[in-house]
Design a protein. Structure first.
Length: 438
């Protein structure tokens, strides 16, 4: 029996070849295709980053996750941090690996892999055009093997058909990787949205069972308790309360526990990776530590409870002051940004949102991407530390020197760089412009 929405007739290779635009593809995508039609594409279960033989990888950033904070996109972003600076919808990283024979140091083997990042704004509308752009680029560069991955916002089978349709009658072979939890032959989606909240409760010097009795007694007469799905212990003995995804009831439960159980430490667990902001806190005194910063932030947020945050190391700056970076959920971040300052110790720390600046990985300049670069200089094989060619920063014994401002004592991209400060000022001006218009 045919699946619902799938016509009984099989689409032939000739019909696929004739579907040379999105409208024609939409007419045949729900039909069954002849199996021998998929001559360019192979579906593989596993991790695309484990692929060692491919000349080119295509990473797809989706509208729901433009910063690549989830799934396979996050793995690519962590492997290639340059992707965080790529803001256009089609950009390329060239990753050059040199392998040297220990016994014969003159024998060096060099391999280059292209990593293409395509960024969709409306997946179904523009992915077709972006994949065609990939086809033209790989054809021009004579690239015959591509590795890519399944995405969340299009069914795996549709993406498989789309790629085959676009690369039909080319020499390019594509491996589309899907997670182990998916059936390779169907590509059905297995993404599950979070439909609950989680609260962690702990009390110093009190064991789990005693705390559980206190919490039960506190919530016994409250209507909001009906939103609780389950209560259990965490691996380290804390109490974990899972509730329905009802923000008002979840907040009331936390508030009731805080107000009625003395010295209870209550916080909501949030996934800061999906909806987060990064802030700088500047002007800290020379003795400030991470724990003082955490306590000050939580005190400043007040009724929001103990939100989860990622706190970096304090970094020394000029005049015996320090700065620190924190990553926190968007709502909490915006609350802090509105306050502008936070009292930490005896000083007011200045709160600033980290600005996203477009930076070219080819010339290292700001305000444009590599695909738009008109500079003659190419720094892709240049040491990030000293600005000289012939080695990488990890093997560099030279003093730091920035090739952008030609000053010693700092690397390109450092806050000590005049070029960086000018670019940052311009980014801030651009970010504030829409607000002033409103």
């Amino acid at each position: 029996m045919a699946e619902r929405g799938v016509q009984k007739m099989n689409v032939t290779k000739q019909e696929i070849l004739e579907a040379d635009n999105r409208e024609k593809f939409d007419k045949i995508k729900n039909s069954a295709w002849e199996q021998n039609a998929f001559e360019n594409l192979e579906v593989v279960v596993g991790n695309p980053l484990s692929e060692t033989k491919s000349e080119c990888m295509v990473v797809i950033a989706e509208p729901g996750d433009p910063d690549m904070n989830r799934s396979i996109q996050k793995m690519f972003r962590d492997r290639y941090p340059e992707m965080t600076e790529m803001r256009n919808n089609f950009e390329i990283i060239e990753n050059v690996v040199k392998t040297r024979n220990i016994e014969n140091k003159d024998e060096v083997r060099e391999t280059t892999r292209k990593i293409i990042k395509i960024k969709t704004i409306d997946t179904k509308d523009d992915l077709w055009d972006l994949l065609k752009k990939v086809r033209e680029y790989t054809k021009e560069e004579k690239i015959e093997n591509i590795v890519t991955h399944k995405i969340a916002e299009i069914e795996g089978e549709e993406l498989r058909k789309m790629m085959q349709c676009i690369f039909m009658e080319t020499q390019t072979k594509i491996k589309m990787y899907v997670p182990k939890s998916l059936q390779a032959e169907t590509g059905k989606r297995q993404f599950k949205a979070t439909n609950s909240y989680a609260i962690v409760v702990e009390k110093k010097g009190v064991d789990y069972n005693t705390l559980l009795k206190e919490v039960k007694a506190t919530l016994a007469e409250k209507e909001d308790r009906k939103a609780i799905r389950t209560v259990r212990s965490t691996r380290d003995g804390k109490m974990l309360i899972i509730t329905d995804k009802d923000q008002e009831k979840e907040q009331n439960i936390r508030k009731t526990i805080i107000e009625n159980i003395e010295e209870a430490n209550v916080r909501q667990i949030t996934n800061i990776n999906r909806n987060k902001k990064t802030l700088f806190i500047r002007n800290l005194d020379a003795t400030t530590n991470k724990e003082e910063v955490k306590q000050a932030i939580r005190r400043e947020l007040g009724d929001r409870g103990e939100v989860e945050m990622k706190v970096g190391d304090v970094r020394p700056t000029r005049n015996n002051t320090q700065t620190i970076t924190i990553t926190i959920d968007k709502d909490s971040a915006e609350t802090l940004i509105r306050k502008e300052f936070v009292m930490i110790g005896i000083v007011k720390g200045k709160i600033e949102e980290r600005m996203q600046m477009t930076r070219c990985y080819r010339c290292w300049g700001y305000g444009h991407a590599a695909s738009e670069c008109l500079e003659e200089i190419d720094r892709r094989n240049t040491c990030y530390k000293c600005g000289k060619e012939g080695h990488q920063a990890g093997q560099c014994n030279n003093e730091a020197k920035c090739p952008l401002c030609e000053k010693e004592g700092h690397t390109a991209g450092s806050s000590a760089c005049k070029i960086f400060r000018i670019a940052l000022k311009e980014a801030k001006r651009s970010a504030e412009a829409p607000q002033k218009l409103n």
